[in-house]
Design a protein around this ligand. Structure first.
Ligand SMILES: Cc1cc2nc3c(=O)[nH]c(=O)nc-3n(C[C@H](O)[C@H](O)[C@H](O)COP(=O)(O)OP(=O)(O)OC[C@H]3O[C@@H](n4cnc5c(N)ncnc54)[C@H](O)[C@@H]3O)c2cc1C
Length: 461
């Protein structure tokens, strides 16, 4: 099989590359190879009744398949250079914002119209945060919600399926560099049933493809460097406690510098009236959150993560390995995710089922009551406790005894692949985009990187 462009991975990065190539160069032959299922075939077996925790499916439907890790996400598209990746360092701040806005317009025209765009511009909350030693980062946030996000993906697929060749349940095993007749390099991708060749290859394998990406970089001698890992907990509390912030901003990214260690702790992925969910990365169960646009699916609780970033210098390089070990420890003690009342953590005792049942905050995720101080390193735990008290000043009630903490939440970042300002590797025609590149870690940045490379190729080919 011969293509002009092969795209590996059908997450937001891959989807937006394919979409943009279809729009700009309908004459090109494009093939998308995806390890997971088509959208309709993506089902996580956890139903909260018969199956309560992760059973380690061979293909994780939460992380893989059309829509990538973003398919069942809350669909928060943050239009900002302040967080979500460092795409602007490659393509410039203005271009990055322009592409994120373009992605937003495509989402709106594919089912997202009518969804709300929140912004931090001109908010008085910025001042309130500064007065309490907290920093509110600037952003505009389009909140699609898990349900509308799904509709947008369905519509994008409908529009593309007759123009682009999609191969599902087709994980690519390895990439080979070939010599083209014109003396340039080409790329052959191998999967279980065969292989396909193209003049250009865009790799967009996300976080679930992180180990595979490392292997490809080793095999093709593409330089990489280690990235950071973020470790912390997911906080769940009554939605009213955070309603001043969430009603105005929906998602607020707030950073706090701890008194004790001067570490930065930040809020991440806020889900007003949402639910807490399990996440499986390479067999390790961690925690995450969702929320729905549909009023019928809203809960009484809001959840968000509190994370501390860890970078390591010589001789230790394996940031992700460090995060994995901590997550494994929580899985070992709790058989999965652990939940603890803040009051129990402060008193140095584990939470048990009776204490959780008596709590005024009812957990939206079935997790094992336990003791997070046996899992998280002291420095990280101290930072999180300090931040909870700092947040209590702008959202009174955050530091209540019944506030629930789920652990652990880990944000793994792929190692950073050495790329040019065109997101091209040291092999001409081989591009790495999205979270798999280590450059992005959000829906909007990953999607924008896909549009960027597609635009380049539309001109170049
Ligand atoms: C539960 C959850 C909620 C989230 N919520 C948000 C949010 O609200 N806002 C936000 O900005 N971000 C959110 N994120 C992060 C966001 O989903 C990612 O940043 C984004 O999906 C990255 O896009 P991507 O295309 O780079 O990679 P991915 O979405 O990870 O897609 C990569 C795809 O490549 C496939 N793949 C991997 N290896 C191979 C291979 N060898 N061969 C073929 N296919 C392969 C995978 O199966 C996957 O489908 C969330 C993530 C999760 C898990």
């Amino acid at each position: 099989m011969n293509y002009d462009v092969i795209i590996i991975g059908a997450g937001p990065g891959g989807i937006f590359s394919a979409y943009q190539l279809m729009k700009k160069r309908p004459d090109l032959k494009v093939g998308v190879f995806e390890g997971g299922n088509e959208l309709a075939g993506r089902h996580c077996p956890i139903d909260g009744v018969k199956i309560k925790t992760c059973v380690g499916c061979k293909i994780c439907s939460i992380m893989s398949g059309f829509g990538g890790a973003g398919a069942f996400s809350d669909g928060k598209y943050n239009i900002t250079n302040d967080f979500g990746g460092t795409l602007y360092q490659y393509i410039g701040r203005e271009k990055a914002i322009e592409l994120m806005e373009y992605v937003d317009s495509i989402n709106l025209s594919h089912g997202g119209e009518g969804t709300k765009l929140y912004t931090t511009a001109g908010t008085r909350l910025k001042k309130t945060c500064i007065e309490n030693k907290l920093q509110l980062l600037d952003a505009s946030v389009r909140h699609l919600g898990t349900d509308i996000n799904y509709v947008v993906l369905e519509n994008l697929y409908e529009e593309m399926k007759d123009h682009i060749d999609f191969y599902f349940r087709t994980p690519v095993d390895h990439i080979e560099i070939t010599d083209r007749d014109d003396g340039k390099k080409g790329y052959r991708v191998y999967y279980e049933e065969g292989s396909a060749e193209a003049d250009y290859c865009i790799v967009s394998v996300g976080r679930s493809g992180s180990k595979w990406m490392e292997k490809v970089c080793r095999e093709l001698e593409i330089p990489t460097k280690s990235n950071r890992v973020d470790i912390g907990v997911r906080v769940e509390l009554p939605a009213v406690v955070f309603s001043d912030l969430t009603d105005e901003l929906y998602e607020s990214k707030i950073v706090y510098r701890t008194e004790k260690f001067e570490d930065s702790v930040r809020t991440f992925c806020m889900n007003p009236n949402g639910i807490v969910v399990n996440e499986n990365t390479n067999g390790i169960v961690t925690v995450n959150g969702h929320s729905f646009e549909d009023p019928a699916r809203k809960t009484e609780n809001t959840n968000f993560a509190l994370l501390v970033s860890k970078h390591f210098s010589e001789p230790f390089k394996d940031s992700n390995g460090y995060g994995e070990s901590i997550a494994r420890l929580s899985n070992m003690l709790g058989g999965g995710v652990i939940v603890q009342r803040f009051g129990d953590l402060e008193r140095g005792r584990r939470s048990n089922p009776a204490r959780i049942a008596e709590s005024t905050v009812q957990p939206t995720l079935q997790a094992t009551p336990g003791d997070l101080s046996l899992v998280l390193p002291k420095r990280i735990l101290d930072g999180i406790i300090e931040m909870i008290y700092a947040l209590d000043k702008i959202a009174p009630g955050t530091a209540n005894n019944d506030t629930l903490l789920y652990g652990v939440e880990v944000k793994f970042y792929n190692m950073e692949v050495a790329l040019s300002s065109d997101l091209e590797t040291n092999h001409p025609g081989l591009y790495v985009i999205g979270d798999g590149s280590g450059v992005t870690h959000s829906l909007s940045h990953a999607s924008a990187s896909g549009v960027y490379v597609a635009d380049l190729l539309a001109e170049k080919i």
